[in-house]
Structures are given as structure tokens and as C-alpha cells.
Ligand binder design. Structure first.
Ligand SMILES: [Ca+2]
Length: 273
């Protein structure tokens, strides 16, 4: 009997010890989890209106100010592989930007410190882009200006142009043969020049190059030639490169300003509606 009591007592003691041993841990865990949830909710609330660049996310610093830091993870639903300017494939544009952010700030997770200079080159896996021969390069400018005319026509047919651009498309279509791509070429330049400083840089060309580079192997070398050493393309350089005559470029020199002014007007009208 005494033996049984002892065993029972020992079991009880063991159970009690376990409970005692676990109790502070559980409470601490619970507290920590609560604190973490509270902090996450606080960050989510404070960061609701804060926009961070791709590959970055908003958080709060020690003083409770909202700041953008490298994203802890990329959450793209349908990640599209991209090729970097260092010819390496990344799972998505966000992953590339996140990696550049980590390497730029020298943070843990950076896979190669050279990646601090890696940018998006084009969408899709990196592939061998064939060299552009001299002959192909010569015909490329004509093909590209013709292609820009087709793009403008297509957007017009789909009613995807602004009111002012629609007028330009009509004017382009009415031009004599051989001149119909003048307006589309200049229109595209104005469209690409987001900073409105009358020149386009590598970043401003990205919407064009990131899509077309893997399909048009002459595009990269062609744009490099247009830009020259300063790597910026002015309207004059763009026009010359795409085979426009100087007079044609001069004639539409103020087109970018007109487009900008009309865009503002159209936006104001939309706001009033
Ligand atoms: Ca610009």
C-alpha cells in the first residue's frame, strides 16, 4: 500500500512539476505572441497609407515613424521571372529588387554583393540574345518607327488613347506615305519621358525594353547607339535614330508640352465629372 501511495505521489509530483515547469513558459509565450500580434496590427494600421517601392515594405522605426525597409518576403501571386542587367534570372521583379535592397544595405540574406547594382533588364528567363548585325541594325530603325505607327493605330482602334493622342493618331494616319510614323515616333518619346526633361534615360526606357528586348535582339544595341556616351536620349537623337528628318522633329518639337498640358486638362475634367 505504501508502495502504491509512493508511486501515486511520485506521479502527482511529476505532473505538478511538469505543470509548474510549463506554466511560466506558456504565459511568456502567450505574452510574446500577444505582443507580436499587437505590434503587427499597429504596423499594419500605421502602414496602410504608406507606399514603398517594389521589393520593400513599410514598418515602424524605434520612434514609431513609418519607414521603408527591404521586404522580408515577396508575395506575388503570379510571379513572372525576370532577367537582370547582370544576366541572372530571378523568380520575380520583387525578388530582384529585394535582393538589390539587401545587398545595397549590406544586410543578411544578400546573396552576392554585386547584386546591389543589379536592375531589371527584361521580363522572362535570361536567354542568349543573338548579336545584331550591321544590316539588321540598319533595317531596325525603319521597322521600329513603322511598329510605333502600328501601335498607335492599334491603341486608337481599341479606344485606349487620350483625347489628344487620338487626334494625333488621326493626323498621323492622314500623313503622306513615308511620313506617317513621324508623329508616332515623337509621341512615343513624350510618353517615355516621364520626368519631362526632354530626354529619356535607361529607367524611362524600361517599359519599352523590358518587354521587347528578348524579342527584338537589335533593340538594346540600337538604343545604346542612339544614347551615345551620356546614356540619355534627347528628342533630336531619338528622331535621328528612328530615321526622321531634322525638319520633321523641329515641326513637332513642342508636342511633349502640348501632350502634357492636354493630359492635365483631361484629368481636371475627369475630376469634375
Ligand atoms: Ca526624362
Amino acid at each position: 500500500m505504501a508502495g502504491k501511495t509512493l508511486v501515486a505521489f511520485a506521479a502527482l509530483l511529476l505532473a505538478a512539476t511538469c505543470v509548474l515547469a510549463e506554466k511560466p513558459d506558456t504565459e511568456e509565450d502567450l505574452e510574446a505572441t500577444n505582443e507580436k500580434n499587437l505590434l503587427e496590427a499597429k504596423i499594419a494600421d500605421a502602414c496602410r497609407e504608406k507606399k514603398c517601392k517594389l521589393g520593400h515594405e513599410c514598418t515602424l522605426d524605434e520612434d514609431g515613424h513609418r519607414i521603408c525597409v527591404c521586404a522580408s518576403k515577396c508575395h506575388e501571386l503570379k510571379p513572372l521571372k525576370v532577367c537582370s542587367t547582370q544576366n541572372e534570372t530571378f523568380p520575380s521583379e520583387c525578388d530582384l529588387d529585394r535582393e538589390r535592397c539587401l545587398c545595397h544595405r549590406g544586410q543578411e540574406g544578400c546573396q552576392n554583393k554585386e547584386h546591389k547594382k543589379a536592375h531589371l533588364d527584361y521580363y522572362g528567363e535570361c536567354k542568349d540574345i543573338p548579336e545584331c548585325t550591321e544590316g539588321q541594325m540598319r533595317s531596325f530603325s525603319r521597322r521600329m518607327s513603322e511598329w510605333l505607327f502600328q501601335v498607335m493605330k492599334e491603341l486608337s482602334a481599341r479606344k485606349d488613347l487620350t483625347e489628344f493622342a487620338e487626334k494625333l493618331a488621326e493626323e498621323a494616319k492622314s500623313q503622306p506615305k513615308g511620313k506617317h510614323s513621324v508623329i508616332p515616333v515623337i509621341w512615343k518619346f513624350c510618353d517615355l519621358d516621364k520626368s519631362k526633361d526632354k530626354s529619356v534615360n535607361r529607367r524611362e526606357l524600361l517599359p519599352l525594353t523590358s518587354m521587347l528586348k528578348p524579342l527584338e535582339h537589335c533593340l538594346g544595341p540600337f538604343l545604346d547607339t542612339c544614347a551615345g556616351d551620356d546614356r540619355m536620349i534627347t528628342l533630336g537623337e531619338w528622331g535621328t535614330c528612328l530615321g526622321l528628318e531634322k525638319d520633321d522633329v523641329n515641326k513637332f518639337e513642342d508636342l511633349c508640352d502640348k501632350m502634357e498640358a492636354n493630359l492635365e486638362e483631361e484629368e481636371e475634367e475627369d475630376d469634375e465629372e
